[in-house]
Structure formats: structure tokens, C-alpha cells
Write a protein that binds this ligand. Sequence first.
Ligand code: GLY
Length: 464
Amino acid sequence: MENVGVLLVSYGSRAASIADALTRSENYKVTIFDADKQKNPFIYKRSKDIMLGLDVNKIGEFAKKHKDEIDFGIVGPEGPIIEGVRDIVEKEAGIPMICPTREFAIEGSKLSQRILLEKCCPRANPRFKVFDRKDYAGSTDDVRKDVFKWLDEFDNQVAVKPDLPATGKGVGVWGDHFNTREELFDHFMSIYNTGPVIIEEKIDGEEFSLQFFSDGKKLVPSPCVRDYKRAFDGDRGPNTGGMGCYKDAGDRLPFMDSRDLEEGLEIGRKIFRELKGDGSNPGLRGIPLYMAYTCAGDGLKVFEINSRLGDPEAQNIMPVIKDDFVDVCFDMVNGELKDIEFEPLATVVTYSVPMTYGGYRKKFTGSKRVDLTDVESLRDSYNGRLKVYPGSMELGDDGKTYTCSSRTVCCVGLGEDIATARKISLKGVTSIDGPLWNRWDIGSREHIEKSIRHVKRLRGSGPE
Ligand code: GLY
């Protein structure tokens, strides 16, 4: 077996799922060099060296220190991608990185995404308007007047979004986060002081994500997944980074029409062509597009574009990549990416999160100890059908594991259908020993049927 060294820029369960895909390789013996926000127990166990912190210059130094042992790098979280980790590591250490360059990290500006979409896929672009402090010379009355005038166009049915990434948390939606214009304007002002704000029409529909891999020449899709952003069952409570996610055994989801999948793929290809130009553009290597769509009454609308794998969306697809993932990585680096084959299995990801996450409890002063011994034994008895990926969790100096403040650990069930995968995922979650909670309805029949009915109501017909 050939030895391969990989620089993994990590944060959370998504990176654990990448580490798992790499170390599952049957063709290569993989050694990981981990740059991580904290000592993730899963990745730490599989790494030769680790640096803590995600400062891109320090990651450059860490890469340089190990440059003779590392063949390529791959990046999970958005922060370092937007801050140009690829540019720095490639320049400092000469290690090819799998993620877009700073210039092509289009996740960095929602406004640029809207402008790009207007150019190549206007039909999929919700109507939007930008409010920028520099146009108002500090006058709150003027901007309020213009905001309210824009709200008239949509009978208040809008989403208010900061230009800069805020992992969903700076986004406010009429009817969900505010019910009066004053409340909307308070939210608007809280982000307007930090940069431009976009107010766009609220799209009624069901969401799904489509993540694309690329070598800079070819764009290769992965199966569609559905994220659960709200904290509580029944899609109630505040937005979170995502409490769980499901994918079906095939490429699309039960509430989607075959035309939705085709349209989702076509929009991705058009954006890619627009960014790439003629020939190839290595700046787009990695996962240049993770498209977040809404299945609306009149087809698809794009509500967000990211330049990385999603979390938890990655955890749905990494366990079912049938090809050797190290070969896929080499193909991306060498500009030889082929179609990626996925196991025809459904996957359900359920996140276990700390007591105060999503406002579940105001305060929790108990122990933060999380013991994965039982769930890992269960995993070992499941023959690859249960994955346990620690996220915002760290290995303490005492050798025990503790939750940090964000999504702690996820359990991914793999099955012939969504119901089977969900059962396994929940069995995993209930075997975790720790002060954590979770949503119970990720991939539930009731939730999926509600999504199907919703799309049917909007379109007057069900999925074909
Ligand atoms: N699941 C949302 C995100 O990764 O941005």
C-alpha cells in the first residue's frame, strides 16, 4: 500500500467524516496532519501531528513544517477557505490544496452570489435589494423609509440577510423571526452596522442541498440532501447550524420531482461555467458549489451558495462514496476528476448538542463529560451501517472527552431506505452517555410527508 500524507484543516463532525473517508482507503495508507479548532477525539486518534487553531498563517507554517510528508491538503470549514488558506499553503509549502482559492470562495459575499445568479440564472434568483451604509450618509430615517418601501413590494414577506457569512444566524425571516416592521427593522439595524444587508423575497417551498466536487474543469454532483436548520422538532425554534440531515437511497429526495434535480444540476453547471470561463480554472478545485435550493411553486430558487461541504450535509455523503476517496482527491488535484459513484443507500444524520445549544436550556452548570464508549461499541457491531462523528467535542488532558459549546457529536445511520437509516441513527444517539439533547424527527415519515404535501400544494401536483 502506498503511503499518503494529508493536511486536514478541520472543524467538527464534517472533518471527522472526511478523515473517515480518507482512512477507509484500501489503496493507500493515510497519515493525517490535522489543523483543528480543538482536539477532536476521532481525528486526533488518526493523526500524526496536530496544531490547534485555524489561523491561516499558522496553518501555512504547520504545512511548511511537514511539507515533505504531505501529498495534498483538504479543508472542511468555511472560515479558512474565505481567508485564503489555499493560497497561503500552496505558496508557503507548495502543497496542493483541495478547496477554492480566496478569489473563488464565493460564499464570502451573499451579494456577489445574487449578482452572479442574476447574470447566469435570473429565474432562480429571488428578487432582492441591497442596503449599504455608504448610500445613506448615516441617516437612519432615510434607510428606514427605503426598507419599508421595499417591504411594500412583498407584503412584508421577506428574508433579511447580512452580506457576510453568519452561518444562518444573522438571517431573519418574516413570520419566523419577526412579525412587525419594527421588529424587522431592529434586526436589520443589528446587521446593517457591520456591512451591507440584503432584503430578498421570502420563498415558500421545501429546501434541499446539492454539493458539487471539482478539479477546476469538471463539476461532479453528489446526491441531494435535506438539512434541518431549526432547533426543535416540527421545525420550530431558532436557526442553528443544522440539527440533522437526510438523503434517500437515490440522488433526489422524496418531495422532489425529477425536473427539480435536473434544474438543480443545470443551475450548478451554469454558475460553474460563468466562474470558470473557457477551459479550466484550478481556483475552483474542491467543493466550489454547495447549492442551497428551495423547491418553490414555479421551480427552484437559490437561497444560498457555499464554497465547501455542508455540516451536516457532508456526513450524509462521505460515508457512501463508493470510490476510494484518496483517488478522488488525487484526481481533483491532478485535473482528472471522473464521476463519483455513491452506494445506493439512504443516510440519516442526527446531531446531539449541548444543553444550552439552540436555547434548549438557559443555563447548564453540570459536567460536560461525554462518553462515547457505548455508542462506539454499538457502531462496531453495525458493520459500517452506523458512523459516530464527534464535532464540537474535545479530548481533555485526562484522556476523557468533553462537549464544547456547539454541535457535539452526530450519529449517521445507513440503510436501504430512510426509515431504516433513521432507526440506526437514533439508536446511536440514544447510546451516547452525556448531557446532550437532539431532535427526534430528522427523516421521520411525518416530516417527509409534510414536505411532499407542501410542494404539492404549491404546484398543484405531486412529485413524478
Ligand atoms: N448546514 C448548513 C451549512 O453547512 O452551512
